[in-house]
Design a binder for this molecule. Structure first.
Ligand SMILES: [Zn+2]
Length: 43
């Protein structure tokens, strides 16, 4: 998931190799982490 820094819309589908907002055409997108909580056990 990506978030456009210009229009603040969430971009879920992104063409690989082409980082561009499909809504406004802005090229700077912020990578978002999916909200999956992973538990890593310490040894
Ligand atoms: Zn945008």
């Amino acid at each position: 998931m990506y978030k456009c820094l210009r229009c603040k819309k969430v971009v879920t589908e992104l063409i690989e190799g082409k980082v561009m907002c499909p809504y406004c055409g802005y090229r700077i997108l912020m990578k978002m982490r999916p909200e999956i909580v992973k538990r890593v056990q310490a040894r």
